[in-house]
Write a protein that binds this ligand. Sequence first.
Ligand SMILES: *Cc1c(COP(=O)(O)O)cnc(C)c1O
Length: 400
Amino acid sequence: MSEAIQSFSRTLADLKAAGHYKNERIITSPMGAEVTVEGRTDPALIFCSNNYLGLADHPEIIEAAKHTLDTRGFGLASVRFICGTQDIHKQLEAAISRFFGTEDSILYSSCFDANVGIFESLLGENDCILSDALNHASIIDGVRLCKARRERYEHCNMQDLEQRLRASQECGIRLISTDGVFSMDGDIAPLAEICELARKYGALVHIDDSHATGFLGQTGRGTAEHCHCLGQVDVITSTLGKALGGGSGGFTTGRREIIAMLRQRSRPYLFSNTVPPPIVGAALKTFEILSASTQLRDKLAENTRFFREKMTEAGFSIRPSVHPIVSIMIGDARLANEFAEEMLQLGIYVVPFSFPVVSKGMARIRVQISAAHTREQLERAIACFLEVGRAKGIVHSAFL
Ligand SMILES: *Cc1c(COP(=O)(O)O)cnc(C)c1O
């Protein structure tokens, strides 16, 4: 074995020894409230997918994807500006702008690409990015590619953000960048305060709303709607790979000039293939469904309220929020791993998070609620949490 390969296998062995090695479970059904998992005879209830609205196996969306496959083909074998733009790509961009009330939108293969392609396209070395310390990896990578000065403010700390805005006044363009919702705990950025600071100091605001688009806020417009500052965010990136059907694809939406700059300069847009027609057709249907009714996001909000309330009553320690991401604090990493394993044996598919993803001693089970879950399925999950929680000495209540 060459030295390089030996070094890789040592690293992999170290990961395993430290309990950081990621194994993948094999699913043999579509994504839905219930899935079949290789090695299990009974189906399992899923509580860890981003399928917030239950659209991943929605019949109308599958039908739309099939129809577009028939009418526009499988792929275009081109980037957008050579021969990769169909009528439906423009229609989807217009549908996204309508949904958000923004001026223009641009599609990417993923939200990861949207974030990688935004900073370098808009900002140069005289400019400044002010970025929340817990922002998503794709924002961090995007910022790395950009020559602008970087100011990393403490997570959701508005004093720290303001101090950095005050200290960077000599910079040209300043852009505040934050996740709308942070995926580890489902905590929501204080967007009204951020927009207020941006106005005061003449900065732009970017949010990545991947964990909010389609369901957060009264009509599912996301964090800006939830925080009552619709129209105050200059640019939003988000994904089609979570609530909006869960396939793939991402987009950036906002001010006309910002989107125009991205079409000219954004490298993942210019140098990577166009989004395939079936995905575009399915996404058009998704926006049609979400624009016609708030039924799915209302069901999700109701499910979330129910689950949070019952788990709190049961004595679990839960990070407070209104978001369908519900972090159930366990503490010890090994205990959290065992907890998730035993839950799966009972037919509830959840995943543990531990160091280095979260701080040491703060291991947790991250539950994600979906509109696809029925009340009975939620009750079953809560009963299993109680059974395992009692057996492991995490809860002592006599509830249920
Ligand atoms: C999931 C996620 C992404 C990545 O989205 P993809 O479309 O899967 O690339 C980016 N940012 C945030 C905050 C996310 O949660």
